[in-house]
Design a protein around this ligand. Structure first.
Ligand SMILES: Cc1cc2nc3c(=O)[nH]c(=O)nc-3n(C[C@H](O)[C@H](O)[C@H](O)COP(=O)(O)OP(=O)(O)OC[C@H]3O[C@@H](n4cnc5c(N)ncnc54)[C@H](O)[C@@H]3O)c2cc1C
Length: 500
């Protein structure tokens, strides 16, 4: 590590990794130096053993950071590659109407159809985004399609970014084949080959206008050794970009506020979480869902009318146990049916509200404050009923619904799902929601009264401190977000290159 760099990027996930790759294209031409600082460890893919107990080490807080209200647990990874190490690789371009809203309401005029499509076409080629071929469909995907077709629901094939996938099945535990084209596989190796310096286990405490203050932790077991001594360090940067993700970028900014001499009251606010319920039905025979790709299909037909997407999914035993209702013997009996479980993921659209936010606790760590919006409860109710109909249409004999006041529900209950599943029957303290798509908290916009970063990505009140990750989203993007994160990071990169 040098004493000073032209650009320092904090965080190496979808945002930071993409930015590092883009800026590295200009290293020779502009004679610039770039440092990528990652708080998590550097893992070699041979160490990803597909075991839940071991691989939860890839995540902050071993899998989920819970809101203070205990109503939702949010997953985010800490590793070189960020959450792209554990994501499923489901690839959506941002919806046209969301881009229109961001242009018109938040002044992000650069998000034209031409900009979005040209930059994403280039990036999708680099990371091999394509429609998932039918040979990866496991039984769960097949049953979801069959159930939807029986009900006349339109099912669409997902696009994913894999190359030479061997169908290990549990993408969220790290890909042993390196098939998933996350930033740790594609962008970061390219950036390093062009001269970007990478340091890891290097957790940023705070920044001021020209210096990043961080400490180096010991490498966790099975990960690569450090290149810097453990303990406190600092490094100077002409331009400093924060890309710690929607949980950590607001926390870094809150820890740095006084050193940056900024007063912005919006830091951490307007957090959206894309709340998820993962539901399970019990199929009469054993089915094989733990090989192939966990996700082949989605339904967007109810996005505008009822406020959610449905996607296929299948999770490892611990997460499945958490997602199923019941305790003690009842729960044990349910989990014995793991090999018969069919699974559906509900992703509901939550509004950007000022009270949903990131604060910091007394140690400076991110603290999530989240209230489930009443409209989201109504959406969840409709989505759970819809998922129930799909389970039964696919041939399941029982289903387990966290929002139901009767469990399990059987075929005889099919006509009465509305009776059992009501907005008031959701007990989020008992059956918390999940999230893997935190967004906002350092939102981008042309009005500093309701945003944290300007439309060029610099933090209001500074001209050399930028944000380049999911925290920039002014509202929920309503689809799986990594392509939109990459898109914004690319735009920020173009602005930085114009400046230096
Ligand atoms: C299990 C799971 C599955 C997902 N599946 C999909 C999917 O299929 N499709 C999709 O579109 N999206 C998916 N996502 C979401 C997607 O991965 C994220 O939206 C995206 O990676 C966010 O990018 P980011 O740059 O904002 O943050 P991240 O990718 O999370 O990167 C942030 C990085 O910053 C580092 N960092 C944080 N604080 C500090 C600090 N103080 N100092 C130094 N470094 C720090 C973190 O360690 C991390 O590496 C999934 C996420 C998860 C967790």
């Amino acid at each position: 590590m040098k004493e000073k760099y032209d650009v320092i990027i904090i965080g190496s996930g979808a945002g930071g990794g993409t930015l590092a790759e883009y800026l590295s294209r200009f290293i020779s031409e502009k004679k610039i130096s770039i440092l990528l600082i990652e708080g998590g460890a550097l893992w070699k893919r041979e160490k990803f053993n597909q075991t839940e107990k071991d691989m939860s080490k890839l995540y902050f807080n071993r899998g989920a950071i819970f809101s203070k209200e205990m109503n939702i647990g949010v997953a985010a990874a800490k590793a070189v590659g960020g959450s792209t190490v554990v994501y499923t690789g489901v690839s959506f371009r941002p919806p046209v109407d969301v881009m229109k809203k961001w242009r018109e309401k938040f002044g992000l005029s650069f998000l034209t159809d031409e900009f979005v499509n040209s930059r994403l076409t280039e990036m999708e080629k680099m990371i091999n985004v394509h429609e998932i071929p039918p040979e990866y469909d496991n039984d769960n995907n097949r049953l979801f399609r069959e159930g939807c077709e029986k009900l006349g629901i339109e099912v669409k094939r997902l696009r994913i970014n894999i190359r030479d996938c061997k169908g290990q099945g549990f993408c969220n535990l790290g890909c042993t084949e390196g098939a998933k084209q996350g930033t740790h596989v594609v962008q970061i190796p390219s950036a390093i080959s062009r001269g970007v310096d990478l340091i890891y286990n290097s957790y940023v405490d705070y920044i001021d206008r020209d210096t990043v203050y961080f400490h180096v932790n010991p490498p966790p077991p099975w990960t690569e050794p450090n290149t810097l001594p453990e303990g406190e360090h600092k490094v100077k940067g002409e331009v400093i970009v924060i890309a710690g993700g929607a949980l950590n970028t607001p926390a870094i900014l809150l820890r740095s506020k006084k050193h940056l001499e900024i007063k912005n009251k919006n830091i951490g606010k307007y957090l959206t979480l894309h709340p998820v319920y993962n539901l399970n039905g019990i199929y009469p025979e054993k089915i094989k869902n733990y090989r192939g790709h966990p996700k082949s299909f989605y339904v967007d037909q109810f996005s505008y009318t009822e406020g959610y997407y449905l996607e296929t999914s299948f999770y490892f035993p611990g997460v499945t146990a958490k997602n199923n209702p019941g305790f003690g013997r009842m729960h044990e009996e349910i989990m014995k049916k793991y090999h018969n479980m069919m699974s559906i993921l509900i992703l509901s659209h939550d509004p950007a509200e000022t009270h949903n936010r990131i604060e910091i606790d007394k140690n400076g760590n991110p603290l999530i404050r989240y209230r489930v919006n009443d409209n989201v409860k109504v959406s969840l109710t409709k989505a759970v009923i819809r998922a129930g109909q799909i389970f039964f249409a696919a041939g399941c004999e029982k289903m387990l619904l966290p929002g139901s006041n009767k469990n399990p529900l059987t075929r005889e209950d099919m006509e009465n799902l509305e009776k059992y599943i009501l907005p008031s029957s959701f007990d989020f303290a008992k059956y918390p929601l999940s999230s893997a798509h935190p967004q906002g908290g350092a939102r981008m916009g042309n009005d500093s009264a309701i945003s944290v970063a300007s439309p060029e990505g610099s933090v209001w009140g500074t001209d050399n401190i930028f944000v380049a990750d999911a925290s920039l989203f002014p509202t929920s993007v309503k689809v799986n977000p990594y392509e939109t994160v990459m898109l914004l990071a690319r735009y920020i990169g173009e602005q930085i290159i114009k400046k230096i």
